[in-house]
Design a protein around this ligand. Structure first.
Ligand code: KG4
Ligand code: ZN
Length: 383
């Protein structure tokens, strides 16, 4: 991938801060590509009892974690605060209160050390996680970037020119995000939160042809008119969640689910083997078929966009990019089309601050500096 390596007067140390949802993270990245530290304090334990993120609790946890997480990111990078060349922070999209914790801290810090403050769109951060992981691999622009996480399922047409990436949003979900569907289906089946990694781990034990799920083409007329998006690139994941619920109701699975939920909830550190012990063949088939259907849908629309828009490479990012079946199937689909494809490492797939610091580097080089009026943009879009 083409890289910006101007700005040679500085050592290029950027502190990234990410607090958009339920991870408090700080990272030091040199020149947008060398991760010196990437500290993530997860709030899973706080939210798991509720089966989803509770915004008020998220803000409180960020407040509690932000100072130690930033201190640890600096110390494990072996960097003093005064060595930094810039402070980068997620401005949105995300939870307003959660974003504000990171933004307020970043502003105060940048002011105190008299260094530039860079505002980063969380979605662009996810795309940069792929670029960070791919390092010197050559990708051709334009690319199709799929950002697939708990809050987002977006397709971008991404172009690189003169040191900067620009994005055009060409596809999106009209209802639930793919990760949200993983989490809701897992919850429905009595699995712990967040459900994506549990479904990923259990799916390989089930028959993915056991249950037939279908995704019909999405045609929401007002939406199409407003955004002029090709319906081939639109997603909808609320239907499959309802189909799983209906399957559970018509196949007498409620008792087994309650038993699984009670056992796993009673265990403070449940393992995949613990969950497996409470999953019968029918449940495993349902899990495998659900994952297969979602992965197939993501693959079909990503490659349809790549083909129709003439993309020369594919970038996959966001929490769901950690999914093993997604990686295997997209990698082989890309190989048959002779398209280069890249994923972040598993730890860079879910929310982290290294991707925020990496995305800030081209902006710092281009002097795209945020001003002191920077505030949280909970509904910020990209492209
Ligand atoms: O990117 P992320 O950390 O946060 C958002 O920006 O949303 O993504 C979290 C989402 C959750 O829905 C989680 O269940 C899902 O990513 N996820 C996975 C896997 N690991 C995390 N989904 C499927 N398979 C996985 N291995
Ligand atoms: Zn995210």
């Amino acid at each position: 991938m083409h890289r910006t390596d101007e700005n040679t007067q500085t050592s290029g140390l950027v502190l990234g801060i990410e607090t958009s949802c339920d991870e408090t993270s700080a990272a030091v990245v040199r020149r947008g590509r060398e991760v010196l530290s990437n500290i993530v304090a997860s709030q899973i334990a706080t939210h798991s009892a509720y089966g989803g993120v509770v915004p008020e609790l998220a803000s409180r946890e960020h407040l509690r974690n932000i100072v130690p997480v930033i201190r640890e990111s600096l110390s494990s990078a072996g960097v003093e605060i005064t060595d930094l060349d810039a402070v980068a922070v997620t401005e949105g999209p995300g939870l307003a209160g959660a974003l504000l914790v990171g933004i307020s801290y970043a502003k105060a810090l940048a002011y105190a050390i008299q260094k530039p403050l860079i505002a980063i769109n969380h979605l662009e951060g996810h795309i940069h996680a792929v670029l960070l992981a791919a390092q010197d691999t050559i990708f051709e622009s334009p690319a199709i970037a799929l950002v697939v996480s708990g809050g987002h399922t977006h397709l971008y047409f991404a172009e690189y020119a003169e040191g900067l990436w620009t994005y055009r949003n060409v596809g999106r979900t009209l209802d639930d995000a793919a990760g949200e569907a993983f989490d809701k289906v897992a919850k429905l089946l009595g699995l712990p939160y967040p459900g994506g990694p549990w479904i990923d781990a259990l799916a390989k034990y089930g028959d993915d042809a056991a249950v037939k799920f279908s995704f019909s083409q999405v045609k929401p007329k007002p939406y199409r008119a407003a955004h002029a998006m090709n319906p081939d690139f639109l997603f909808s994941f609320s239907g499959i969640k309802t189909a799983v619920l209906r399957y559970v109701e018509t196949h007498d699975m409620k008792e087994g689910i309650a038993m699984r939920r009670n056992h796993l909830l009673a265990n403070p550190t449940p393992t995949v083997a613990d969950a497996l012990a409470f999953c019968d063949e029918k449940t495993l088939g349902l899990i495998a078929s659900f994952q297969r259907a979602v992965v197939d849908d993501l693959a079909r629309k990503t490659f349809a966009a790549a083909e129709q828009l003439g993309a020369r490479s594919i970038l996959i990012s966001g929490g769901v990019a950690a999914n093993r079946e997604l990686r295997v199937r997209l990698t082989s689909a890309a190989a048959t089309r002779n398209l280069p494809i890249a994923f972040p490492t598993v730890s860079l797939s879910t929310d982290n601050a290294a991707m925020i610091a990496a995305a800030a580097w081209p902006k710092l080089c281009a002097r795209a500096i945020a001003d002191s009026a920077l505030s949280a943009q909970p509904s910020l879009t990209l492209g």
